[in-house]
Design a protein. Sequence first.
Length: 87
Amino acid sequence: MAFALHINMERCTGCNACVVACPVDALELFTVDPVTNEKIYQVKNGKAIVLDVNSELCAGCGVCVEACPMDVIRLAGPWETRTKILA
């Protein structure tokens, strides 16, 4: 994988828009009780809101980034470094 998906779970509302938009079903949103720290999560009312990203399925297409109304998902990759070098 030449890219990484970064999600700011502190600002994520759990609206599920990214999960619905993902064309390869690489995202899954659910709650966990008791709270776990094995996945990307935030805690609301004592339960973990988990956004699980399957990096093996993720195509790096950015559809989830565009679908997120809260602008909390970012796709990072080697193109960022090249852009900074060329600038």
